[in-house]
Design a protein around this ligand. Structure first.
Ligand SMILES: *[C@@H]1O[C@H](CO)[C@@H](O)[C@H](O)[C@H]1NC(C)=O
Ligand SMILES: *[C@@H]1O[C@H](CO)[C@@H](O)[C@H](O)[C@H]1NC(C)=O
Ligand SMILES: *[C@@H]1O[C@H](CO)[C@@H](O)[C@H](O)[C@H]1NC(C)=O
Ligand SMILES: *[C@@H]1O[C@H](CO)[C@@H](O)[C@H](O)[C@H]1NC(C)=O
Length: 125
């Protein structure tokens, strides 16, 4: 009987650990699109910091290339690292372009009442 209870406890605590892991990783959402090989060239890096705004979502748009002028490079991979690890981070989506294109527009959105801290890396060839 004791043995059985102990196993149940272990299972329960494992389940809780997994749930906690999912919750924390769900809210520190880093994304990768395409492939980033060792030979890929870093075309652009952008560090985003936007403070929280009470009662709001903070939205930020990242465009590459900045002025819309094509650079002749094809984007092969993109990484958006959420630098916030305490569950208050945001998320990134590709709005247009991306891997296979020579341009990309990425939208970053915070959680309600929180800010954004991201590092966006765009690779190409
Ligand atoms: C990424 O690499 C894999 C394997 O090399 C390949 O099958 C896939 O098509 C590539 N995807 C992109 C978006 O380049
Ligand atoms: C985010 O920060 C940038 C750079 O400081 C600023 O130009 C931009 O207006 C801010 N955007 C928002 C939505 O707060
Ligand atoms: C979470 O982390 C961010 C960035 O590191 C920090 O600004 C914020 O105060 C933290 N929030 C909480 C609730 O710990
Ligand atoms: C992005 O590239 C595609 C083709 O690669 C082009 O059709 C589109 O107009 C470009 N968008 C911008 C905003 O430059």
């Amino acid at each position: 009987m004791r043995h059985h209870n102990c196993n149940t406890l272990i299972k329960l605590s494992t389940a809780l650990t997994i749930v906690a892991y999912i919750v924390t990783t769900t809210y520190a959402i880093s994304s990768t699109w395409g492939n980033i090989s060792n030979s890929a060239q870093l075309l652009h890096v952008e560090n985003v910091f936007n403070a929280s705004s009470p009662g709001k979502y903070v939205n930020r748009e990242i465009k590459f290339p900045k002025n819309g002028i094509g650079n002749g490079r094809i984007i092969t991979g993109i990484r958006a690292f959420d630098q916030v690890t305490n569950g208050t981070g945001g998320h990134a989506t590709i709005y247009s372009g991306g891997p296979g294109f020579n341009n990309v527009t990425i939208k970053l959105q915070s959680q309600y009442n929180y800010g954004l801290i991201f590092r966006v890396e765009i690779y190409g060839k």
